[in-house]
Write a protein that binds this ligand. Structure first.
Ligand code: NFE
Length: 472
């Protein structure tokens, strides 16, 4: 048996340690470990409730809008304004958030994941990738074109950040999303500026990104069989003014699609460096216990009805194809048939890339609809007061999967705040029953050539882990 430790695993957000044991040509055991503690949930205690809106986006520079959205949803319910948010408020929140979502998917594919498959010889990437080279299947021409798209994608990311800033004020850490709606009324000039940049990004997504993903899938079809999990969870995302979410909430377990049951969520800490036991995040605590002998990660282990479920693009595309709008199922069906795979195969190292491409295309289209539905200079928010006692729950999907914020206000200040981020689900360690987390499960059983570094890197990165979010 050979043991390989990858610490930190590079080209992800934050620091993740992965240990694999390889025997008989396959990974027989995997362990994921978050190697840092941050403590933002503790920092929030005793603060003015609206501070959560400003502080929680600092959990992450990549998906700050996800945390802004979850914090706003939690505060909306705690302040009792959720039912009164004007249509413009919902639409502008979606536009700000979706722009960050497009940025995340382009960043992940070109700059974090694609180098696992490119031959970087003769480019500045060569030094970064030297240790991981092998199994490069693109022709020299394809490789060259993809390297050019790698550079072009940097420009697209800049444009996506500009999109966020139009209605969000700045990026990262936009300031537009607030409890009760957003801060800025949509003027004609902003709508026009947004539409112009969105068209440019949409052009890139339709004519370059999706084709590059399909090319990768065509060259590496075996990766649709690797890194599989199959049990899926989504909190849904992008509520429209009717309050229906474009990406619906739900789960897939034992082959059955079910609506989301918020009471089925619990965080366990059996193998994490925290004191305490399993509990719903409305009551759970964050008490560091760095000397806990049996622990191996600063990431907690969220479970849904006792099971470790994969969150992220595969879950959303699977569930939206069953429960979402008809035009989503149509678009997903077309791309799945082009890649010659089934919905079930999305939960795989290659399927996750395809799922991101499907939802990015769909979102860019939907953003044009939301933009057209805005009432120019119409109301965007409702006023509110701060109650002395209240509870709130903000559930949304983030680009990497299900994200929840749970809050309790006592005597006008935050008495309790818990966050469960997507990577907390995916990169969780083993739980009380000894069940592995989804990334651990995706790695175990993988056939490997050599020491398994190449395959493990590709599988882990397909989840787009963000450790800054996972340990908050
Ligand atoms: Ni730091 Fe995030 C997303 C959130 S991941 S990137 O998407 O929430 O855990």
């Amino acid at each position: 048996m050979r043991q390989v430790t990858i610490d930190p695993i590079t080209r992800i957000e934050g620091h993740l340690r992965v240990e694999i044991k390889v025997e008989g040509g396959k990974i027989v055991q995997a362990r994921c470990s978050g190697a840092l503690f941050r403590g933002l949930e503790i920092i929030l205690l005793g603060r003015f409730p609206l501070d959560a809106q400003r502080i929680t986006p600092r959990i992450c520079g990549v998906c700050p809008v996800a945390h802004a959205t979850a914090a706003a949803l939690a505060l909306d319910t705690a302040l009792g304004v959720e039912e009164n948010i004007p249509q413009n408020g919902w639409l502008l929140r979606n536009l700000i958030y979706a722009a960050n979502w497009l940025h995340n998917h382009v960043l992940h594919f070109y700059h974090l994941a694609l180098p696992d498959y490119l031959d970087p010889k003769g480019t500045p990437l060569a030094g970064l990738l030297a240790a991981e080279l092998g199994d490069r299947r693109f022709s020299p021409e394809e490789n060259q074109t993809l390297l050019e798209h790698y550079a072009l994608a940097l420009e697209v990311r800049r444009k996506a950040h500009e999109l966020v800033a139009i209605f969000g004020g700045k990026m990262p850490h936009e300031v537009g999303i607030v409890p009760g709606g957003v801060t800025q009324k949509p003027g004609l000039a902003e709508v026009t500026a947004f539409r112009f940049r969105l068209r440019e990004i949409r052009d890139f997504l339709e004519n370059i990104y999706v084709k590059d993903v399909l090319l990768l899938a065509a060259r590496y079809p075996d990766y649709f069989a690797l890194g599989r999990v199959g049990r899926l969870l989504s909190f849904g995302a992008f509520p429209e003014p009717s309050r229906t979410r474009v990406f619906p909430a739900g789960s897939l377990q034992d082959g059955a699609v079910q609506p989301l049951d918020c009471e089925g969520i619990a965080e366990e800490v059996a193998r994490s460096w925290y004191a305490g036991g399993a509990g719903h995040p409305r009551a759970g605590q964050t008490e560091p216990d760095p000397y806990k002998a049996e622990a191996y990660s600063w990431i907690k282990a969220p479970r849904y009805k006792g099971k470790a479920l994969e969150v992220g693009p595969a879950a959303r595309v699977f569930l939206a194809s069953h429960l979402g709008p008809g035009d989503f199922a149509k678009l997903a069906g077309e791309l799945l048939s082009e890649a010659r795979i089934s919905l079930e195969q999305l939960s795989s190292a290659m399927g996750r890339h395809l799922a991101r491409a499907i939802e990015a295309l769909f979102l860019a289209q939907r953003m044009e609809t939301w933009l057209a539905e805005l009432e120019i200079n119409g109301p965007v928010a409702v006023p509110f007061g701060i109650p002395s006692e209240a509870t709130g729950q903000g559930l949304t999907d983030a680009p990497r999967g299900a994200l929840g914020h749970w809050l309790r206000i006592e005597r006008g200040v935050i008495a309790h705040y818990q966050v469960i981020s997507p990577t907390t689900w995916n990169a969780s360690p083993r739980d009380e029953q000894g069940q592995p987390g989804p990334i651990e499960e995706a790695l175990e059983g993988t056939p490997v050539s050599g020491d398994g570094l190449l395959e493990a890197g590709r599988i882990v990165r397909s989840f787009d882990p963000c450790l800054a979010c996972a340990v908050q």
